[in-house]
Design a protein around this ligand. Structure first.
Ligand SMILES: Cc1ncc(COP(=O)(O)O)c(C=O)c1O
Length: 417
């Protein structure tokens, strides 16, 4: 019998990863890395949406500091949390979103699960919703939106449908286009709604517009999935910022999903403190839905991280600490509002070409400047001012020492282009 010889090249199997494509780094994280590597003393980071104090430094909220001290004095625990997360945190988080009264009314019909911050809540929501419907419903996402929305839902196999949210010419919400999209959407579709402080445009529907949006969603049987990553950042008041979610659940009696993040409003960025809850139509549905969430969570992360949830829970379940947190939200949202105004004033002072009124009409963490990618790049290369390529700026990156420089740089760049 003829023997077969195996050569060295044949013996080496092709890499298991041979078909893996190269995916460019996430734009906003790459921008942060570029900023960190920049040695220019005048550099300004308006990229990533992270709060900075008036000295440009990360801010540990006094309420968080106090909760942390209390936790440490009680001793360290490193035990696992239950699969659904820390019960006191889950309940308090849902109470923050719905308000104590509505929470009390709805409690038995809520399915609640702690999540890996807001992103994890969206992902878990996608997993749950995917398990409920076949064929998969479409997911409607506003355009523009937070870049990760499409990535999260398309990675789960959903077809994402972008719809026009923002009118570039008028620099306002395009409510007509929004409502027309909802009217034409197939019943059962999922719609991603920024609960407040729309990222990146800073343009939210008014209360009247929310009511119109809600009415059509109810009529068309569309599923509202709220992304509540910035509660308290618009107005300083969680209650005001939660209007849309509460309206949909209470007034319209609709089923809805809410994806909460405590990254921004408690400054717990790295602790990954989030919560997903569904307001369902009955106690039985809530119980079943929560059991599915528990199974999904088990297979994804087994159980969520404890430390940040303990801090958030300590704040939310103590009257004193909760009041401190409300004051911290006022500090952050107030400083952002005053920097928004200061940038506007300085742009006018330097005669920067363009209409800047939209900037002061916008709210939340971001300003949407409407600059061309050429100008955005020039601001980075020549003036060391960093912002997202769509000219979204994180207003929290501005402070009294750099706002004049940023406005002058924008004015000069626009003159030169
Ligand atoms: C609109 C929006 N949703 C969700 C998130 C999720 O953030 P995290 O996963 O850090 O809580 C962000 C973060 O930037 C965001 O801007």
């Amino acid at each position: 019998m003829a023997t077969q010889t195996i050569t060295a090249t044949e013996a080496k199997p092709a890499s298991f990863f041979a078909t893996a494509p190269y995916i460019p780094p996430d734009a906003i994280f790459a921008l942060t890395a570029e900023y960190n590597a920049d040695s220019c003393p005048q550099k300004v980071n308006l990229g990533q949406g992270t709060y900075r104090d008036e000295n440009g430094q990360p801010w540990v909220l006094p309420s968080v500091q106090k909760a942390r001290d209390t936790l440490l004095s009680q001793g360290l625990y490193h035990e696992y949390l239950p699969i659904l997360g820390l019960e006191s945190f889950r309940n308090e988080a849902a109470k923050v979103a719905l308000g104590a009264e509505l929470y009390g009314k709805q409690r038995a019909k809520l399915a609640i699960c702690q999540s890996l911050s807001g992103t994890g809540a969206l992902h878990l929501a996608g997993l749950l919703l995917r398990s409920c419907r076949s064929p998969l419903p479409r997911v409607y996402v506003p355009s523009p939106t937070w870049s990760n929305h499409i990535q999260v839902f398309s990675s789960l196999g959903f077809q994402c449908e972008s719809f026009k949210y923002y009118d570039e010419q008028k620099k306002t919400l395009d409510i007509e286009s929004y409502l027309a999209t909802l009217r034409a959407a197939e019943p059962g579709s999922i719609v991603i709604l920024h609960a407040c402080a729309h990222n990146p445009t800073g343009c939210d529907p008014s209360r009247e517009q929310w009511k119109q949006i809600g009415a059509i969603m109810k009529e068309r049987s569309l599923f509202p999935l709220f992304d509540a990553a910035y509660l308290g950042f618009n107005s300083g008041s969680v209650d005001d910022d939660a209007f849309a979610m509460r309206y949909v659940v209470d007034e319209l009696q609709m089923e809805a999903g809410v994806c909460m993040s405590f990254a921004k409003n408690m400054g717990l960025y790295g602790e990954r403190v989030g919560c997903l809850f569904f307001a369902t139509g009955s106690e039985k549905t809530a119980k079943n839905t929560q059991s599915v969430l528990e199974m999904l969570q088990r297979s994804e992360v087994s159980n969520p991280p404890a430390y940040g949830a303990r801090i958030a829970s300590a704040i939310l379940s103590s009257d004193d600490l909760r009041d401190m947190w409300y004051a911290d939200l006022t500090t952050m949202s107030g400083r952002i509002r005053s920097m928004r105004r200061a940038l506007y004033d300085a742009l006018i002072k330097y005669g920067a070409h363009g209409s800047w009124e939209p900037l002061i009409r916008q709210s939340g963490m971001f300003g949407f400047l409407g600059l061309s990618p050429y100008v955005v790049n020039k601001l980075k290369e020549k003036y060391h001012v960093y912002m997202a390529s769509n000219s979204r700026i994180s207003i929290a990156g501005l402070n009294p020492s750099n706002v004049d420089y940023v406005a002058r740089s924008i004015a000069e760049c626009l003159d030169e282009s």
